[in-house]
Design a protein around this ligand. Sequence first.
Ligand SMILES: [Ca+2]
Ligand SMILES: [Ca+2]
Ligand SMILES: [Ca+2]
Ligand SMILES: [Ca+2]
Length: 352
Amino acid sequence: MTRTSKLLGAAGIFTLAALAAQPAFAAGTTAGSTITNTATVNYQVGGISQNATTASDTLTVDRKVNLTVAEVGTVTTEVVPGLNTSVTTFTVTNTSNATLDFALSVLQQSGGVTAHGGTDNFDVTALVIAVDSNGNGTYDPVVDLLVTHLDEIAADASRTVFVVANVPLGLANGAVAGVTLTATGREAGSIGLQGAALTETAGANTAGMDTVFADGAGATDASRDAAFSALDDYTVSTATLSVIKSSTIISDPLNGTTNPKFIPGAVIQYCIAVTNAASAASATSVAVSDPLPGGITYDSLYGIKLDGTVVTGVCQADGTAGGSFASNTVSGTIASLPAGSTKTVLFRATIN
Ligand SMILES: [Ca+2]
Ligand SMILES: [Ca+2]
Ligand SMILES: [Ca+2]
Ligand SMILES: [Ca+2]
């Protein structure tokens, strides 16, 4: 006797369908969106297809808070003492998967190594923060609004932020002031208003949208604190002038030019030598004035010579005629005095 057996059962065919509810940004799938994943089971009984069986799973994408703050450019902001509206520039980028507000704050360094290797040794004044409202990458006073937070920054979006300050007078060439810009993620809240502080979800995942801080450690902030910071600095570029005034006797009425003495009627040559130090900024409009003391009379025939040279410490009478004499005062302007150069204002007077 033979037995035949027939396999009776289901020949199952699995198909899986996945649906992503939102497009993915660089920052990831949008927080709060849902992802539904549906599985379908098709099968046959006795060779006949039966109704499919399905099952779904839906989850809510949580909020990953992340941001960066970066200096724009890789060099210091060169400033002149007394310059107002000195600008350092940063980019704040929302790398979260949600729209957020960002609180902005700026602190001055007090000593220590600055962004470009110098040592902080002064503070700028009147610090404010502005956003590049017209998006041209340049600070435009009035047009670019002063802000304390960035409002409703979408996932993947960034803003250019300016730190604007005044530089005091009287600073030495090479002086450095460091600043730190910090952005801190906040709830988006209402449009135009800074939202509430963010809170990371404590404990286990919940069914709703949880919040996870994912930011790294910037210049002065910690990792995973919803904040990021970056340094930049202002470096003073100025002229460093020094002045030497000297006199030489040219002649007297008795000895002429041979061993002349400072007797009445003697001719004296005065030289005012102005030097700008090496590695300094060029100085312009260097105005020299010298009120003459009693006892001497300006030599109007000789006049005033400008832009003369000094050779091994001796003023040369090689300048060009210029300057003026008024109210018993000699005046002359050296138009330009580059770093490492010396130029003179030279004139003569007679002892009364
Ligand atoms: Ca400082
Ligand atoms: Ca602008
Ligand atoms: Ca807001
Ligand atoms: Ca951080």
